[in-house]
Design a protein around this ligand. Sequence first.
Ligand code: ADP
Length: 595
Amino acid sequence: MAESFGKNTDKFNYLRQAAEEKLTVSDKELISVKKNKPYDIKSLLHEINVLQSALEIQTDELNRVQGELTGVYRNIVNFYENAPLGYISVDVNGMIKTVNNFVLTLFQAEKFEITGQPITSYIFTEDIENYTESLRKNYLTGNSQNCEVKLISSRHNIIHARLTISGVNEEFGEHSDYKIIIEDISPQKNSEKKLADYRENVDDIIKEKTKELERINRFLEQEKNYAERLSRMKTIFLANISHELRTPLVGILGYSEIMMNELKDDEYVKMARRIQSSGTRLLETLNMILDFAKTETEKITLNIESVNTSEIVEDVTDLFRLMAEKKGLVIKVKGTGKPLYADIDERLFRQIINNLVNNAVKYTNSGSVEINLKKENDLLYLSVKDTGIGIMNNRLDNIFEEFGQVSEAYNKEYIGSGLGLTLVKRYTSLMKGEIKVSSEYGKGTEFTVILPVKAENISYISGSRKSSKKKSTGKILIVEDDELNYSLLKSFIEDSFEVSVATNFENALDMAKQNVYNLILLDINLGTDETGIDVLREIRDMKGYNRVPAIAVTAYSLKGDKENFIRSGMNDYISKPFTKKELIRKINKLLGNKA
Ligand code: ADP
């Protein structure tokens, strides 16, 4: 109080001083009068003047302060009206009392339309509870509260808003008006919604795509089943074709071979030889197409066993000697002087040599064909080198492609299916090997097949392969219903073995009971319900026959046949048409005769 009093006293003194300074000359005269007569009227007048002047100063001061205040007030109102937030004051009954411009814009309404209205009429019904709950909390705690609500404008637009509610403590700590700050969060909400929609969309897209994939999968599955069905039909078709074409070829090749040996007249021998070579060519083409179709339609199962590769190379090469001789070519074979055993698939190996030597002889007009077999560090090398027409460098890549014939480009002198090298390459890769070719156009070509073989299974066995030419002995029963076939079989083996023929199931069992056979050759299809497999089952049950070796003789030669026959008890399998040599080799192998 003392301080405040002191301050007031100072202020008064200051005012008085300022007022006195303001006094006019006449006032100053009054002062001089006052000095002489202290209680006269003049001095009182002076006093009044001083006070009046002080009042004027105060009024000026007040006006100045008021001016300043008005400026501040205008600024505040300006801020308030144009703030980027809405301000609403609501009375205790929830009626809107004042709003700023932001609210007017937000609600798309005029001030008079809004004021006096219940605030809840602008809040979405479902959000009113949320709003009143915040009011209640504010009332109870005195702290400002936030809530999110949807507001609805006069033009029925929806506004997402965050409200900050605070009660105004006007008198004695009681809530009277509420101040509500409105923040428009529609853009944020909209982008959240867009995001949610997008997420939902993405989910929908994923669902749609998944369905699409499932549809495609179902379609592919159907296509796969269809393709498998087709492939099965193709295989059955191949089996039938193979049977149909090979059976007559057995007769053609077999009897022409006999005729070639038996006929005395050179002219007829020549004719028989032509029948042979035409039949052989037909057979080769048929085999090639069948083999190619097999590699296309099914997985080839390897039948790896230890075989004498020297003998196979010699065997196959022998087939081409005549053809080479006729063209004046020399065939040289190196590295086959001793047996060379290796674990490989014999059928595929034979096909490889066959195709390579066949090509070498076919595409060589003079000079030689040299076949070389060797083993080095677990690798078996087979090379076929010729002095033939050669292959242009830019065509070297084509020759392994199916139906890829470089010779087409030269002339029609060389006939072929264009499948030989395709098969050679496929068979080589099946045995995990590789094939190389080097060629000089016009000079010659060399193909080299390299096959990995297990070291421990490759060995040189002493003795000459000529020993296989030794006459073999043994009693053989042929079970075959077709006269042409059994006559041919008989004629092939009767020089070396004692042969009997049974033409049906009963006949075969009777003969087996009455004699002792060392080996049985069984046709599978005997033209009755019983097959060669049934015959074998019965015979094996007979005393002394439980281990008798049996060879299935059949025209069918598709994948899995051999396995099926072996599973049914056969020891081996030979597919028609076959050569005499091939048949005798198989029989000797099973009888334990030296091969
Ligand atoms: P083709 O049945 O035509 O002989 P291949 O697949 O066996 O089919 O050979 C493909 C092509 O490669 C042949 O048409 C030929 O042009 C060429 N070719 C293969 N071997 C030889 C070779 N020893 N000398 C020259 N060209 C060859």
